[in-house]
Design a protein around this ligand. Sequence first.
Ligand code: NAI
Length: 334
Amino acid sequence: MAHTITLIPGDGIGPEVADATRRVLDASGVKIEWDVQNAGAAVAEKRGTTLPDEVLASIRRNKVALKGPIGTPIGKGFRSVNVTLRQALDLYANVRPVRSLPGIEPRFEGTDIVIVRENTEDLYAGLELMIMPGVAQSIKLITERACLRICEYAFDYAERMNRKRVSVVHKANIMKLSDGLLLECFRKVALNHPRIEPNEVIVDACAMQMVKNANKLDVIVTENLYGDILSDLGAGLVGGLGIVPGANIGLDAAVFEAVHGTAPDIAGKGIANPTALIQSAVMMLHHLGEHAAAQKIENGLLATFERGTRTADLGGTATTDELTRAVCEAVGRA
Ligand code: NAI
């Protein structure tokens, strides 16, 4: 039976990496009917909104979406479509596995960290105002409900994936109430998961630890902003943004997307690395229960990297199309 999945190609390199990912999914033999929806700056010009109602309706209907990156203007302009989508669909858990790939020199051999980022509140709640000229205020919103469910998700994930340790990353020494609430919830949830070792790390020390010895970290659970920053740091440890995938998981829907953005500096040049979105699609296939197809793609990707085929961001010369063709062939053989 074919799965019907919403596809949002997105802006910048989005359509290029989305097309590559579709080709790789086709090569795996998995049956997917794509419900293509557009969101972002290009739609805003025609429709007066960056997120037309039918995009949300499509994801609600299909329950699963694969999404390319969508740009957000800096300092002014429309609100982030990504943040709006996550909040509107209550996609509360953002899961970002940071793993090295064969043939790419990571900073630490065998880096394998999973960042579980709370996706709906914190400084991303959109509560910002100018109190008076020259004084801006951003409200950091942290609720017990969101802290409990993200910690539950992280411990459940650790149990399901046979991980050993969950580290909560916080700044409760300074933000005693908001980050203190996360810490309190983490300790409460940890009691229900005796097989998993709980660990507490202050965010600045975590950044240092990731750069000095990332292998000490296993699963990380943290707030929205810290998770955003640490996942880009993690990407830097394993070769860059071109390879790190992500999943936004809620109770009623899930949206799979790479950690990277629209990469305006290389958009339209045919050199973007589609690996991060392909790996996001692998996460999507596991979510759909299509484990055999997911494994096939993962094996094909690993074989391609072992053979040294790489795009420019990883020091190679392959174009998006050449890498995609190599992965499709390897998937066909897997
Ligand atoms: P970016 O991730 O788009 O680019 C940072 C650097 O990494 C650039 O040099 C880019 O060329 C490179 N890069 C990123 N992905 C790559 C890939 N697949 N292959 C090869 N090189 C790659 O971050 P930036 O420039 O800060 O953001 C650009 C736009 O993307 C902004 O409007 C931002 O809001 C948006 N964005 C959207 C996200 C989403 O839709 N989930 C996530 C992050 C940023």
